[in-house]
Ligand binder design. Structure first.
Ligand SMILES: Cc1ncc(COP(=O)(O)O)c(C=O)c1O
Length: 395
């Protein structure tokens, strides 16, 4: 009798969602309690979250907002960035980084990244500085700190402000200093896929009292300090509108998640570090470049584990590999398709694909694997099995 051939099915039947966050009972209870309290808007829980974040980073001020995008926008307003100004950043980032520059009326000026670190290349900065340049906006890609010493040096030499996109970088440390204490302001994200989450949410840290005041005021319609309390039992206070502000305030519902997530920053980071190590071991020798090791004297926040596919040794392109992984039950992310390749930036600024060759190289090859602290050992085994299967099948 002929034995039936085993049918090789997908590695997983239940799809593994990329970036699904770890959420625990304490924050679920806190949200429920917040709902029952009758005070679900901006309130004391936001203050508690700000204080915990400030203490963790070691910053003078931490101001909670409803996104990192809002944090970037208001930091630039605090820096006085406006129409006619230029802000230098990298195209190897999420749309929010450059969009927020455009929102101020300023022009984003891109410089390429280093292919290995995927962070802004500091030696390219001086050449693009003009009399219109107001600020440098480095992005700590995947949680790897940018090389801040040369960035700060060139900024100070030219009288420029430094606003850091620290959306991936809550745990990052550079030469003994926490990211969030180096530039003039740093902007963090608590979006659902981030290292800690509030659903949507962001935070600015700064050591400048005037910036802090401006960011807080601009974040709630430009109303004078404490206006959020106007319906509380401390009594109605007349507010004054000081600026044409925005509706960027964080709510207590979001902060209810944040104050408990804060207590797990380090355990979650340890878990991601463990997963990272397993991936590094399992993927050595596959047709893909692994993330570069952490630079000496720094802490990498391990937000994204990105493979750069070796397209010369693969029969399929990146998008086909992503589809294949999906068919195996594994969700992935792409961080990022360089902004200069997107229609708005390409058309508005007339970019060609090769203007930023390293960002383009990464755009065509990168794939991010699940790395959340929520992953079980079985999930990690499945990701490893699927990646090995798909890359070996296509090589
Ligand atoms: C590099 C980078 N900057 C900014 C943002 C924007 O963060 P948020 O979604 O909190 O506005 C993201 C977000 O996802 C990001 O990856």
């Amino acid at each position: 009798m002929v034995k039936p051939q085993p049918v090789s099915g997908p590695v997983r039947k239940q799809f593994l969602v990329f970036g699904s966050p770890a959420l625990e009972e304490a924050e679920i209870q806190e949200v429920v309690e917040t709902l029952r309290s009758g005070w679900i808007g901006t309130g004391p829980k936001v203050g508690r979250f700000e204080q915990a974040f400030r203490d963790y980073i070691g910053a003078r001020h931490a101001l909670a907002l409803n996104s990192c995008t809002a944090a970037l926008h208001l930091s630039m307003i605090a820096a006085g960035v406006g129409p006619g100004d230029e802000v230098i950043t990298t195209p190897h980032t999420f749309a929010a980084t450059a969009n927020s520059i455009v929102h101020t009326g300023a022009t984003p000026v891109f410089v390429d990244v280093d292919r290995r670190t995927q962070n802004i290349e500091p030696s390219l900065l001086a050449a693009v500085i003009t009399p219109r340049t107001r600020a440098i906006l480095p992005v700590h890609f995947a949680g790897r700190p940018c090389d801040m010493d040369p960035i700060m040096k060139v900024a100070r030499e030219h009288g420029l402000k430094v606003i850091e996109d620290a959306a991936h970088a809550i745990e990052s440390v550079y030469h003994g200093r926490h990211i969030g204490t180096i530039g003039d302001a740093a902007c963090f994200s608590f979006y659902v896929t981030k290292n800690i989450v509030t659903g949507e949410g962001g935070m600015v840290t700064t050591s400048d009292d005037a910036w802090a005041e401006k960011i807080q005021t601009y974040g709630l319609h430009g109303m004078s300090k404490g206006a959020w309390k106007r319906y509380s039992d401390s009594g109605f206070v007349h507010y004054q509108v000081l600026y044409p502000g925005f509706k960027y305030n964080m709510t207590d519902m979001q902060a209810a998640l944040g104050i408990h997530q804060m207590t797990r920053i380090e355990p979650y980071a340890r878990r991601r570090r463990e997963i990272w190590k397993r991936y590094d071991q399992a993927f050595a020798g596959l047709p893909a470049e692994l993330p570069a090791p952490e630079e000496p004297g720094t802490t990498h926040a391990r937000h994204l584990y990105t493979l750069l596919l070796d397209l010369t040794h693969l029969k399929a392109g990146r998008d086909a590999i992503v589809e294949d992984l999906k068919a195996e039950g594994i969700g992935t992310g792409i961080h990022f398709i360089s902004l200069h390749l997107h229609p708005y930036y390409k058309d508005r600024f007339g970019f060609s694909p090769d203007d930023f060759p390293n960002a383009r190289h990464i755009s065509e090859r990168t794939v991010s694997l699940p790395l959340s602290a929520r992953l079980t050992n079985q999930d990690v085994d499945d990701v490893i099995a699927a990646v090995r299967k798909v890359l070996l099948r296509n090589s």
